[in-house]
Design a binder for this molecule. Structure first.
Ligand code: IMP
Ligand code: MG
Length: 183
């Protein structure tokens, strides 16, 4: 295991089992809607790939690039939107993100899809939700796991662009990250 990972919070097998449940739930709930799954990049990429293959419905896929961390382990509070707006007018969006922290990203993106994008509705799904007071309140429709307020990496989540490809979710100790490695 990477030496900067203090401990594994959710294993590969636990994540896969939970995604089986979420996929089945979403399939039941969103049946019959003109569905577009929109993933928030980069962090939601792996969730997107694994979850969508468990949803037994016709759907379209799109993405949005949003940054709230500009390096480090604290959200900056300012959302930066990258690659324009997906075409979701009149469609029902399943919005996917890796983790719910302050709530700014999910609230900001949801708002933008409904107002600017003209989506007919938005359901949101996050793999992880931190138990904490949020800057913006939002209850996602689907949550993989609740967790304490710790900084985690893996399964799409990064620290300064690294660790996204770990197959599990682990707690990171930033002081143990070798600065040279993987640059
Ligand atoms: P929010 O806008 O504060 O809710 O933050 C959501 C975004 O912050 C997520 O999409 C992640 O990219 C990032 N983030 C929040 N917590 C963590 C963490 O523990 N590890 C890595 N990235 C995180
Ligand atoms: Mg992210």
């Amino acid at each position: 295991m990477e030496s900067a990972i203090d401990r594994i919070l959710f294993s590969d097998a636990e994540i896969r089992a939970r995604l089986d449940e979420l996929g089945a739930l979403i399939t039941e709930d969103l049946r019959g809607k003109p569905l577009t799954a929109v993933v928030i990049l980069q962090g939601g990429m792996i969730l997107m790939a694994d979850l969508l293959r468990r949803i037994q419905l016709p759907l379209k896929m799109d993405s949005l690039v949003v940054q709230s961390y500009h390096g480090g382990t604290e959200s900056s509070g300012v959302l930066t939107f990258g690659n324009g707006m997906p075409d979701v007018r009149g469609r029902y969006v399943l919005l996917l993100d890796d983790i719910l922290d302050t709530g700014r990203t999910l609230v900001g993106v949801r708002e933008k899809l409904l107002t600017e994008g003209g989506a007919a509705g938005v359901s949101s799904c996050v793999l992880l939700s931190k138990r904490k007071e949020r800057a913006k309140e939002i209850e996602p429709d689907y949550v993989g796991f609740e967790m304490d307020d710790e900084f985690v990496v893996g399964y799409g989540l990064d620290y300064e662009g690294r660790f996204r490809n770990l197959p599990f979710i682990g707690v990171l100790d930033p002081s143990k990250v070798d600065k040279e490695e993987g640059e």
